[in-house]
Design a protein around this ligand. Structure first.
Ligand SMILES: CC(C)(COP(=O)(O)OP(=O)(O)OC[C@H]1O[C@@H](n2cnc3c(N)ncnc32)[C@H](O)[C@@H]1OP(=O)(O)O)[C@@H](O)C(=O)NCCC(=O)NCCSC(=O)/C=C/c1ccc(O)cc1
Length: 570
């Protein structure tokens, strides 16, 4: 369904000026659907022009005044290098010309970007999208085999990599250019292409439809291993507009933001990679998170706004008193990607009474946004909620037993519909059809309820997913690594609650007969094959893995069992 179709079907079905919408929950009891009660003003409306390209849209949003006065778009927290809106636009233009005319990147070609946050990141994304190519990104700490898998699955034609991570791409054979100049000058780099002789005054004219694929982000979804989430230009343009709306309603238009949240995931991508550029704000960029560096950056650059994840909020509560730093410039903090405990939220507000704290909820499959708190007063009064549905969103809360939609205050699986919902999982019809139904409803795999006032509460995950530091870790992926060990007969991986990081992956292992494999050896074996945030950090040995009659691992039983075991974090 196109953005236009979804928007107009929302208008027809959910006339919020009519009963039964005269309730604050936005619940229509006749059809069992909740609807965002926020109407977008004209300036926030989602453009439905069929041939609009995300990059053209974002670049057209750069405020003219900012281009004229060379307002800073990005500051590198470490080097102090500043990139203005006009420089960013010039870089995007010349890189787009170089990709199109020099490297013959064409509409639909997939370009794989392997880089931490950098002042070049947005220019690269804009250039790739502007020529109708498809962007796919990855965490640079992923292992070579994880990266090969993604290059293969996405069908990447070209890669762009930092010199440090190049070795992980070499085995894939995919043509690669570097982000910065190589010391021996033998490889082409983005820096050289930007400074080269390509046209820096306009973008190549490539016809692109909003329904074209724009990006493929990898997510574990509700089940199993990592899958490519296919997002269209329509999805990204919609979320850009909603970002603009959220900055406006929360009064953040003139804030200085801090970015340590990685741009290679949807959260960082929609905020820092593209979204906040439409608002015209300045972002201080950190390549990698470090607690003290974060405090220093806030103080030095007088940062006002920090989108974060729960472990960072917890670290501020626990450690900022000891650290000598001035956080008086802070005005707003956001938190998403994992649940923030009510106690931590309350403690944070006590320690930083001058800072607004907003919890949000979004998935890669919804292009990163779904709920938001318009007012801090509401956020304060509802610390265990992640806000209300953002404009254009509808939701159903589905009884997991009967499949029927539920009214306010009843728990069920949250289903979402909006113009931001992904098109599909790449090349995976089965996963797509079990996640999005024929009417376009996305099953989130999260157990939730919506209260009388429309506040969304996420209760727990139904999907089999571990959240470590806000990163997704799929148990099935770790289980297949464990089962590849010749001395492991069977294995199951579960989330173990952890105060600092949210959850850690814990493995239950059945050793092969006669094997004396130790916990340490197993941890080391897995660590050698997966990115550091996916590491198994605790192992327990067991005689058999509990399974249903159909052979499905009964993870809930193992989770209950794990609660009775002493945990020593490694
Ligand atoms: C800032 C965090 C919380 C902490 O950083 P960290 O302390 O460096 O830890 P890492 O988790 O990055 O690193 C894991 C491990 O990798 C190691 N590592 C690190 N960088 C290296 C290196 N370059 N070399 C080698 N080893 C290394 C690091 O030392 C560590 O090792 P270990 O000691 O074994 O735990 C970081 O984890 C982080 O950014 N997490 C956020 C992840 C994230 O963005 N998730 C979003 C997914 S999308 C989504 O859910 C959307 C939500 C959303 C919600 C609401 C909205 O409104 C909108 C959106």
């Amino acid at each position: 369904m196109s953005a236009e179709e979804i928007l107009s079907s929302n208008e027809e079905q959910y006339d919020i000026s009519q009963p039964p919408f005269r309730n604050k929950s936005g619940y229509n009891s006749r059809i069992g659907i909740y609807h965002s009660l926020v109407k977008l003003q004209t300036k926030h409306e989602i453009p439905t022009k069929p041939d609009l390209n995300t990059a053209h849209f974002v670049l057209s949003q750069f405020p003219q005044a900012h281009l004229a006065v060379a307002k800073t778009a990005f500051v590198d927290a470490r080097t102090n290098l500043r990139v203005s809106y006009s420089e960013l636009r010039r870089s995007a233009y010349s890189l787009a010309s170089a990709l199109f005319h020099g490297l013959e990147v064409r509409r639909g070609d997939v370009v794989f970007l392997l880089s931490p946050n950098s002042t070049l990141y947005s220019a690269i994304c804009l250039a790739v999208l502007s020529v109708g190519a498809v962007l796919t990104t990855a965490n640079p700490i992923n292992t070579a085999s994880e990266i090969s898998k993604q290059v293969r699955d996405s069908g990447a034609k070209l890669a762009i990599s930092t010199p440090e991570e190049l070795h992980k791409l070499v085995p894939t054979g995919v043509p690669t250019i570097l982000t910065s100049r190589s010391s021996d000058g033998r490889m082409l780099s983005v820096e050289e292409l930007i400074e080269g002789c390509y046209d820096s005054t306009e973008l190549p004219q490539v016809p692109v439809a909003q329904s074209d694929t724009a990006a493929i982000f990898y997510s574990s979804g509700t089940t199993g291993v990592s899958k490519g989430v296919v997002l269209t230009h329509a999805n990204l343009i919609s979320i850009m507009r909603l970002m603009f709306w959220s900055a406006d309603v929360s009064g953040s238009q003139d804030d200085i933001f801090l970015a340590f949240i990685p741009m290679f995931h949807i959260y960082g991508f929609v905020f820092f990679g593209l979204g906040l550029l439409c608002v015209g704000i300045t972002t201080v960029l950190m390549q990698k998170f470090d607690f003290q560096d974060m405090l220093d950056a806030i103080q030095k650059h007088k940062v006002n706004n920090v989108p974060a994840v729960p472990p960072v909020i917890l670290a501020l509560v626990k450690h900022s008193r000891k650290a000598r730093c001035d956080l008086s410039s802070l005005r707003r903090m956001g938190t998403g990607a994992a649940p923030l405990s009510k106690e931590v939220a309350l403690e944070f507000r006590k320690m930083f009474p001058w800072v607004e704290l907003r919890q949000g909820y979004g998935l890669t499959e919804s292009s990163g946004g779904a709920t938001f708190f318009v007012s801090d007063k509401d956020a304060k009064a509802h610390p265990d909620s992640c806000g209300k549905l953002i404009p254009t969103f509808s939701a159903k809360v589905i009884d997991t037993e009967t499949g029927k939609p539920l009214p306010p205050n009843k728990e069920g699986e949250l289903w979402l519909k909006s113009p931001t919902i992904m098109k599909e999982y790449l090349g995976n019809l089965e996963a797509t059809s079990s996640t999005i139904d024929s009417e376009g409803w996305l099953r989130t795999g999260d157990l939730s309820y919506i209260d009388d006032n429309g506040f969304v509460h996420i209760v727990e995950r139904i999907k089999e997913l571990i959240k470590h530091n806000g990163y997704q870790v799929a148990p099935a992926e770790l289980e297949s690594v464990l089962l590849s060990h010749p001395l492991i007969a069977d294995a199951a991986v579960i989330p173990l609650e952890d105060e600092e990081t949210g959850q850690i992956p814990m493995a239950y292992v059945v050793r092969a007969a006669g094997s004396e494999l130790s916990e340490g050896q197993i941890i080391e074996f897995v660590a050698g094959q997966v990115a550091p945030y996916k590491k198994v950090r605790k192992v327990s040995f067991i005689d058999t893995i509990p399974k249903s009659a159909a052979g499905k691992i009964l993870r809930k039983d193992l989770v209950s069992q794990s609660k009775f075991q002493p945990v020593s974090k490694l």
